[in-house]
Structure formats: structure tokens, C-alpha cells
Design a protein around this ligand. Structure first.
Ligand SMILES: Nc1ncnc2c1ncn2[C@@H]1O[C@H](COP(=O)(O)OP(=O)(O)O)[C@@H](O)[C@H]1O
Ligand code: SF4
Ligand SMILES: [Mg+2]
Length: 343
């Protein structure tokens, strides 16, 4: 069997009927000279084929570390995965060899980052970098891979793809570079795309264009999309469900209309109140008071209690139950969900 055949082969144990991605009680810490930073503390969530899960939370809450743990690209050390499972179609990625993880990264689960410029190689043309994927992983000829690269750059709406294929990364604008990154991520038809703040470095108009492109490609390909962001304003139109992350845990998870219409967790509520709204022109933006906790020193009880408008004594003592289900399809971790919902 050639390497290329081996790579395209399905991993042993993969069950096409098992959930696409299921992250179960994931724990990651960083052991550094300054102490142990508990970056991910029991995060659980899933992504189905054809759906977009937005993972949302303030900077430093563990979103990128979670994504890197799924991809198997954490720097270990200082990072250590101390618990949990990352199931892709029933296979625990955390237990795979590095070789098998590379195969999953190449063919099944792809990722794009905030900084497209540093992810591209400055010394090769964009076309070469896209075409190389088809040559390397699919064994295509030079001319076939070039044709596929042009087709892909067309698909991500790079104007004049045929002529731009010889340009270098620095000759593209930030938005066009992010399109190239999307093309490269989708080249080998992954089942799941993880997009880590893909539009944070871009201006607002370009942000919206990239988001709608991602949504369109995701629909066309029936791909799962895990969309990571700190900006509640950018995901309302594209997400199906939202997981809200705080201090390395998912504190609320619900379909997008419940999150925006009827949040069940005080943190979600506070995040919503901090979005600038056109219909509240001139009104004061409500910024969440206080800072997220240092992950080397997470408060006991509910980690949000020092900043929470609903907090009572119990919140500083007891962590809220891990998965309080409201109906079958949403979850929030708070002692006072009923008060927050007003029921
Ligand atoms: N290379 C590192 N060394 C030490 N700690 C790190 C490192 N990367 C991340 N962390 C810790 O993990 C936490 C979560 O980081 P990250 O997942 O990047 O946050 P974000 O939600 O902004 O993506 C940080 O607040 C930090 O405490
Ligand atoms: S458990 Fe208490 S501190 Fe935590 S979010 Fe709920 S009310 Fe606030
Ligand atoms: Mg991040």
C-alpha cells in the first residue's frame, strides 16, 4: 500500500454512524514555572455533520487550547492533557499515534486560524501551496493539481483565480489571504472544520463576507463547523448552536435562538448586554465588570461568582451542577437558572 492510499484509508475503528465530534470532559493544563494554569476544565460538547457550533467566550478562557487539543497540535510540554476524550466518529483521538493524528488532520478535521499570513509560506506562490496538497496527499499530477487549485480558489471567490495563482501571500489582502486559508483547509474535503477566530483580524465588512462564505461552504459540503470567537456579534447569523465558555468550562449550551432570546446563564446574559446594538443607539454599552479569573487561580464554587449579578453565598462555596438540563436540548451551569430565566 502506498503512503497516499494509507492516508486516504479510513482509520481503524472509525464508525461512520458515530457522532462526528464529541468532546467529553476534556482537561488541559499548562505546567510552567509560574504555576499550573488550568486552561480547560471539563469541557464537553459535540458537533454534528452539517451544523455550526459556535464556541464563544472572553479572551483567555481556553477556546484555542480546546481546539489545539482536538487537533493534536498542543505544545506538550508545557501543555498536558490531563483527562477526557476527543471522539471522532467513535475513535478517541487522544489515544492515537502521532502518525494517525496527522492522517486525521490531513483528511478529516481541518483548522483555520486568525492569522492567515503567518500560516502561509511567504516564499511559495499561493497556487503552489494549494496545489501541493493535492500532489502530496492525493498523488495528483502537476497539471491536475494546478487545475484543482484554481477551481478551489474560485470556490472561495478569489477574483481572477487563474491569474492570481502565481501571486505570493503578501500580494493578497487580509480577507483574500483568509480565503486562501479556507481553500487550503477544504482542499482534502474534511468532515469537520475548526475555525479559530477566523475574522478577528479583519475589518467589519470583510468579516461578514468571510462568515457568509464559511456558512455557504459548510452547507454545500454538509460539513461540521466549530466556529470559535470572542465576539457575540459575528455568529448570530451563522451558528446553529452556541457553547459559552468560561474559565475552561462550557457554562451554557443551547440553540442560537435560545442563547440570544432567552439566555439561562448570567454570563451569557452579560455577554449579550455587552454587544453594541443599532436599536439602542447612544445607550451605554454594558461591559462585564471585573476580569476573567487567572487560570492559575480559579475561584472555588462557581468561577463566575466574583463578577455575577445573581451571585449568592452558595455560589462562592459550591460549583453549580455540571449539566443542568432545561428540556432536552440545552444546558446551563448555574445554581439560579430559574431566576435568570424569570420562571
Ligand atoms: N503556551 C502557553 N503557556 C502557558 N499557558 C498557556 C499557553 N497557552 C495558553 N495558556 C493558558 O491557557 C489559557 C487559555 O488560552 P487560550 O485557549 O489561548 O484562550 P482563548 O480562549 O483566548 O483562545 C490562557 O489564559 C493561559 O492561561
Ligand atoms: S452559580 Fe451563582 S455565581 Fe455562578 S452564574 Fe449562577 S448565580 Fe452566578
Ligand atoms: Mg484564542
Amino acid at each position: 500500500m502506498t503512503d497516499i492510499q494509507a492516508e486516504m484509508d479510513v482509520l481503524p475503528g472509525v464508525d461512520p454512524n458515530a457522532p462526528l465530534l464529541q468532546v467529553d470532559d476534556l482537561h488541559v493544563e499548562f505546567r510552567t514555572r509560574d504555576g499550573v494554569a488550568k486552561a480547560v476544565n471539563g469541557a464537553s460538547f459535540w458537533v454534528r455533520p452539517g451544523e455550526t457550533l459556535a464556541v464563544l467566550g472572553e479572551s483567555g478562557c481556553g477556546k484555542s487550547v480546546t481546539a489545539q487539543a482536538i487537533m493534536g497540535i498542543l505544545d506538550t510540554p508545557p501543555a498536558v492533557v490531563t483527562g477526557g476524550r476527543v471522539l471522532y466518529r467513535g475513535v478517541d483521538l487522544l489515544k492515537l499515534s502521532e502518525r494517525d493524528r496527522r492522517r486525521v488532520r490531513a483528511n478529516r478535521i481541518a483548522m483555520i486560524f486568525q492569522d492567515a499570513l503567518s500560516a502561509l509560506n511567504p516564499v511559495y506562490s499561493v497556487g503552489f501551496q494549494v496545489a501541493e496538497l493535492f500532489r502530496k496527499h492525493r498523488g495528483m499530477s502537476r497539471s491536475d493539481s494546478k487545475r484543482r487549485a484554481i477551481g478551489l480558489l474560485d470556490q472561495v471567490r478569489i477574483p481572477g483565480a487563474r491569474s492570481r495563482i502565481n501571486d505570493y501571500p503578501h500580494q493578497f489582502s487580509g480577507g483574500m489571504r483568509q480565503r486562501v486559508m479556507i481553500a487550503m483547509a477544504l482542499a482534502l474535503d474534511p468532515e469537520l472544520l475548526i475555525a479559530d477566530e477566523p475574522t478577528t483580524a479583519l475589518d467589519v465588512t470583510v468579516q461578514a463576507q468571510i462568515m457568509s462564505l464559511l456558512a455557504e461552504l459548510q452547507r454545500e459540503r454538509n460539513m461540521g463547523l466549530m466556529l470559535i470567537t470572542h465576539d457575540m456579534g459575528v455568529v448570530a447569523d451563522v451558528a446553529d448552536r452556541i457553547s459559552i465558555m468560561y474559565a475552561g468550562r462550557i457554562v451554557e449550551e443551547a440553540p442560537v435562538y435560545d442563547i440570544y432570546g432567552r439566555p439561562a446563564h448570567p454570563y451569557t446574559k452579560a455577554l449579550l448586554e455587552s454587544i453594541p446594538r443599532l436599536d439602542r443607539k447612544g445607550s451605554q454599552l454594558n461591559v462585564i465588570g471585573g476580569l476573567p479569573p487567572a487560570l492559575t487561580d480559579i475561584p472555588r464554587g462557581c468561577p463566575f461568582h466574583p463578577r455575577c449579578a445573581y451571585a449568592r453565598d452558595v455560589c462562592a462555596q459550591d460549583p453549580p451542577p455540571p449539566a443542568y438540563r432545561i428540556g432536552d436540548y440545552r444546558m446551563a451551569r448555574c445554581h439560579f437558572i430559574r431566576e435568570v430565566l424569570g420562571v
